[in-house]
Design a protein around this ligand. Structure first.
Ligand code: AP5
Length: 239
């Protein structure tokens, strides 16, 4: 039987509010299909940490829970999608987040990506992970992340075996700076006002797949995999 990780899968877009589980599920899709997770939040945080020009422009905006400008984010995503590891497909986690970003992505795929892709020219599978507002708050305030391997935990819902310590590599877990009550509220507002219309953009073109993200993590993963298998055009990787 064909191994999932040796097939071409094309672009996958994960939509969902802050705390919906995009990062958690993206990591599992990446392992199953052997395609990279491209998290715009992680890329921006990395730029902030390295004090790059982009990081300096993004830092205060992110600390307030607002969205970084479309131009900056689209340039960053373009550079990442041009890397050779994206040729069989990729998972966008946290992008697109505005209708302008969604339009930019469609144009980029048509103009450039499909030319070199091994996965043909099929439009992205867009999966909306949907979670009730009240659950989002406890997920975000309880989130801890491993600074070494990136694994995501939750002190209430998915605790590590030893408190504040990564199960995989023993690193001390960290809390994201934007996971404070006040900033979480701003992020949720930004989602409602600027990112909800992106789901509508994809719904209108018949590309949106809905997944109930309030179930336990493994069940959400099972549904996400089912939807990818059902809606994706997956081809054997001959090259
Ligand atoms: P970003 O890093 O993308 O943050 P976000 O969208 O707010 O999403 P999160 O990472 O908070 O949540 P998630 O859905 O990945 O959930 P997770 O899997 O961690 O963006 C940060 C900032 O960068 C933005 O505010 C903005 O400023 C900027 N930015 C990024 N992209 C941008 C763009 N395109 N344009 C402009 N600006 C941009 O899970 C959350 C918690 O829940 C964890 O503790 C996890 O263990 C737990 N959990 C997950 N699933 C379940 C489950 N099924 N059951 C129980 N617990 C669960």
């Amino acid at each position: 039987m064909q191994q999932a990780a040796s097939r071409n899968i094309g672009p996958i877009v994960l939509l969902g509010s802050p705390g919906a589980g995009k990062g958690t599920q993206a990591k599992r899709i990446a392992v199953r299909y052997g395609i990279p997770q491209i998290s715009t939040g992680d890329l921006l945080r990395d730029n902030v940490q390295r004090s790059t020009e982009l990081g300096a422009l993004a830092k205060d905006v992110m600390a307030r829970g607002e969205l970084v400008s479309d131009n900056l984010v689209c340039d960053m995503v373009r550079d990442r999608l041009r890397q050779p590891d994206c040729v069989r497909g990729f998972i966008l986690d946290g992008f697109p987040r505005t209708p302008a970003q969604a339009g930019w992505l469609d144009a980029f795929l048509d103009r450039e990506f499909f030319e070199n892709s091994r996965a043909g020219d099929n439009p992205p599978i867009v999966i909306l992970i949907d979670v009730d507002y009240n659950q989002l708050l406890s997920r975000l305030t309880g989130r801890r992340t491993c600074p070494t391997c990136g694994r995501i935990y939750n002190v209430h819902l998915q605790p590590p075996r030893v408190a504040e310590t990564c199960d995989l590599d023993g690193s001390r877990l960290v809390t994201r700076e934007d996971d404070s009550d006040a900033v979480i509220r701003e992020r949720l507002t930004a989602y409602e006002q600027q990112t909800r219309p992106v789901a509508e953009y994809y719904r209108r073109t018949g590309r949106l797949v809905w997944v109930d993200g309030s179930m336990p993590v493994d069940q959400v993963t099972e549904h996400v995999f089912q939807e990818i298998e059902r809606h994706g055009v997956i081809t054997a990787d001959g090259g």
